[in-house]
Write a protein that binds this ligand. Structure first.
Ligand code: FES
Length: 332
């Protein structure tokens, strides 16, 4: 398992309901940590008696070592949000230092920020940083309903008319292609939302001939197209069959079974955990942003840290190590 170098004991010192499905947690770290815009922390969660890791974006932090995160209760969650919902004031949990892969690249160009649902959490600190730089920006915020507009007052205060909200229950549709087409050539797009939105934006961005480096995104690996379910992974070369339960990733199940795997981000971004797919009894539920839509449709490879099978089984060829001792997992 790819784990941060240092875990801190963080204490829950505040909990508030932001929406019917989103809870905010204020965590007290033992020391103040540097925070870059768009940062996330990793948190150890207990799921069915096992320890797993989940990443949550940092909404804000302060010089006294307090870090605020927000967690959405997801139907069919892999168990992380259920664990977080069980925390009460005074609970302690193991949490990492903040890390940011989403810090804005500053420049004179225009920025379009696009957040959907709980994807608003990393965008808040990115928006604050851009406003502090005096950048030209606009933010689009897509929500399911007006009850689910987490942090809307903060964004309205920060951005005023530079914020546009699209609420599905008011039939307000966000046209990603039109928004991309309306951007100046030098503009940058920062995006966080469900995998369907990320795929659509990436497709339009590429189709419009825009530079890949000007599209930045943050992911959350729980946003598949199907609810997680148990399935079996067959590894014919090793004569193994491994059960992956609904609350577990394929990567964890394979690693725990002693199959040598390589991983790093565990968020579907780096592609290091990918394996070849030989056969599937079901549908591949790709949840990564490493492979393109075309590669997803081809179904030849799958990122085991986040992607799953909606069906009964998958047959794979894991990375070939040329090493008869298959009991180690490599973390890069
Ligand atoms: S570990 Fe990075 S995509 Fe799976």
């Amino acid at each position: 398992m790819s784990t941060p170098d240092t875990w801190f004991d963080a204490t829950v010192i505040g909990i508030r309901n932001l929406t019917p499905t989103v809870k905010e947690f204020r965590l007290q770290y033992p020391l103040a940590l540097r925070l870059a815009p768009g940062a996330h922390i990793d948190v150890q969660v207990a799921i069915d008696g096992q320890t797993a890791m989940r990443s949550y974006s940092v909404v804000r932090s302060d010089a006294n070592g307090q870090i605020v995160i927000a967690v959405k209760q997801v139907q069919g969650s892999r168990g992380g949000s259920r664990y977080m919902a069980s925390l009460t004031l005074g609970s302690t949990l193991k949490a990492s230092a903040p890390v940011s892969n989403f810090e804005p690249v500053y420049g004179p160009h225009h920025y379009l920020l696009l957040a959907a649902g709980i994807g608003v959490t990393p965008m808040l600190s990115v928006a604050r940083a851009l406003v502090a730089q005096g950048a030209s920006l606009q933010m689009l915020y897509a929500v399911r309903s007006k009850d689910e507009q987490a942090y809307l007052p903060d964004l309205q205060d920060l951005l005023g008319e530079r914020l546009r909200v699209f609420s599905a229950d008011r039939n307000e549709r966000l046209d990603v292609a039109a928004e991309i087409n309306a951007l100046a050539e030098s503009a940058q797009l920062y995006l966080c939302g469900p995998i369907k939105l990320l795929d659509a934006a990436r497709e339009h961005w590429q189709a419009a001939g825009r530079h890949a480096a000007q599209l930045r995104y943050e992911t959350f690996g729980s946003s598949g197209r199907y609810l997680p379910q148990d399935f079996t992974v067959r590894v014919p070369r090793l004569g193994r069959e491994i059960l992956v339960d609904a609350g577990q990733s394929m990567l964890d199940a394979l690693s725990e079974a002693g199959i040598a795997m390589v991983s790093n981000c565990r968020r579907g971004e780096c592609g290091l955990c990918a394996v070849d797919v030989l056969e599937t009894d079901g549908v591949l539920d790709h949840r990564d942003v490493f492979f393109s839509s075309r590669e997803h449709a081809g179904g030849n490879r799958i990122c085991t840290c986040v992607s799953r099978v909606a069906g009964t089984s998958i047959t794979i060829e894991p990375p070939w190590r040329g090493d008869p001792d298959l009991s180690h997992t490599t973390v890069l």
